[in-house]
Design a protein around this ligand. Structure first.
Ligand code: NAD
Ligand code: MG
Length: 401
């Protein structure tokens, strides 16, 4: 037997299968990095669909550059603009929420779910229902509907590939065959731009200051979440669902340099970490190539002498958002959806200048106390709960201003 021929690595680059992919939220920060990777590997992927929300010009440009079959703009009012930007290209244009869901339902081998917020929930679930391998950046969707999403993955034989840098790091070093030997997951957190600020100083933070993250370049919402550390709160819930571990086995630690992206500690004392530069193209590429690896031209970790790494505990008195995650996930299905929806309302209000920075987690905490969860067993229940929370949170906003 020809041993070499039987080994997967013996496949030449050109003999590799061409995979069909789609990108939801291609005009955002994760979306643009994904498009960038796809553009660098044109021979390996064909692009079925790209979706954006309002940036017609960028969406059309991306669709043309990648030769996508379909481009969808979420805002239905922008249909004509998209159609004219794509005229003569042969690329199909569509618009509106249902068209985004339809794009997600088209057959694909791999789909990037990078819409921000619970707006991504239905499209992400539509892709899962097709049995697609879904690269999940849209953490709000798994926070809101975790057990229902995982049941849908199971039912459709789909695969979830974590994109969030921490969860991708854990995914790379978590050995499912040794699940019983996992003592805990340790998520790293940079601490955001206000790590050393006093609680009192947080009251006057402006949106421009909050979106200026020291290590990562990201969309506005996740940048504010990183500054309040609500991002770590959402990530504790995300990790607990993705890796099927109780929240006591999911810890967070401050690591200001963002070199170690997260760790798994085993019961024998071994701690396995994944490291890299703070460049989302690495975790995205990991999911795009999975189960193999694909090359990136992104930043590389510079080990030529700079490397000093610090770790310290999270101060939950200054960043109470981190404690809210445990409260919500322990309370059960529905509570994480409330925490997430109230936070989305609070962050939008903060970015509009209608809520002070230090009140964001107060609004989320109030929602957890005020919303009547009721019986939650379907996706529609979660979507109704998300809407009810938004109404209550909008009302609370007035009292907090
Ligand atoms: P972003 O704001 O830069 O991009 C969001 C994308 O979603 C855009 O394409 C936008 O057009 C689209 N969108 C927004 N609202 C929509 C709606 N109602 N309907 C349809 N599409 C809509 O955000 P981002 O930073 O790229 O983050 C995307 C997701 O990935 C978030 O859930 C975030 O938490 C997660 N994530 C991001 C990073 C990062 O480095 N940026 C890291 C980890 C996880
Ligand atoms: Mg993260």
């Amino acid at each position: 037997m020809n041993r070499a021929a039987s080994q997967p690595e013996a496949k030449s680059e050109s003999a590799k299968d061409v995979r069909r992919v789609s990108v939801l939220g291609s005009t955002g920060s994760i979306g643009k990095s994904t498009v960038d990777l796809l553009a660098g590997h044109r021979d390996r992927f064909t692009v079925e669909a790209l979706t954006g929300h309002r940036n017609v010009q960028l969406l059309a440009e991306q669709a043309k550059a990648l030769g996508a079959k379909l481009a969808v703009i979420g805002d239905a009012a922008l249909y004509e603009e998209l159609k004219s930007a794509l005229s003569g290209t042969g690329i199909e244009a569509a618009a509106g929420t249902d068209a985004v869901i339809e794009a997600a339902s088209r057959p694909a081998d791999w789909l990037m779910a990078a819409i921000v917020g619970t707006a991504g929930l239905r499209p992400t679930l539509a892709a899962i229902a097709q049995g697609t391998a879904v690269a999940l950046a849209n953490k709000e969707s798994i926070v809101a509907a975790g057990p229902l999403m995982l049941a849908a993955v199971e039912a459709a034989g789909a695969t979830l590939l974590p994109v969030d840098s921490e969860h991708n790091a854990v995914f790379q070093v978590f050995d499912p065959a040794q699940r019983g030997g996992v003592a805990r997951i340790i998520l790293t957190a940079s601490g955001g731009p206000f790590l050393r600020k006093s609680r009192a100083a947080l009251a006057t933070i402006t949106p421009a200051e909050a979106v200026r993250h020291p290590n990562w370049s990201m969309g506005a919402k996740i940048s504010v979440d990183s500054a309040t550390m609500m991002n770590k709160s959402l990530e504790i819930i995300e990790a607990s669902y993705l890796f099927n571990l109780p929240d006591e086995k999911v810890d967070a630690v401050i690591h200001p340099q963002s070199v170690v992206h997260s760790m798994v500690e085993y019961i024998d004392g071994s701690v396995l970490a994944q490291m890299g530069a703070a460049d989302m193209r690495t975790p995205i590429a990991h999911t795009l190539g999975w189960p193999e690896r694909i090359a990136t031209t992104g930043q590389r970790l510079d080990l030529s002498g700079m490397l000093s790494m610090q770790f310290e505990p999270v101060d939950t008195a200054r960043f109470p958002a981190v404690a809210l995650a445990r409260q919500a996930v322990r309370a059960g299905l529905g509570y994480p959806a409330v925490l997430n929806a109230a936070n989305e309302v609070a962050v939008e209000a903060f970015l509009r200048g209608q809520l002070s920075f230090d009140k964001i987690e107060i609004l989320a905490e109030q929602a957890l106390q005020r919303v009547d969860i009721g019986r939650i067993s379907t996706l529609d229940d979660i979507i109704a709960l998300d809407a009810a929370t938004r109404t209550i949170a909008e009302n609370s906003l007035r009292t907090l201003q």
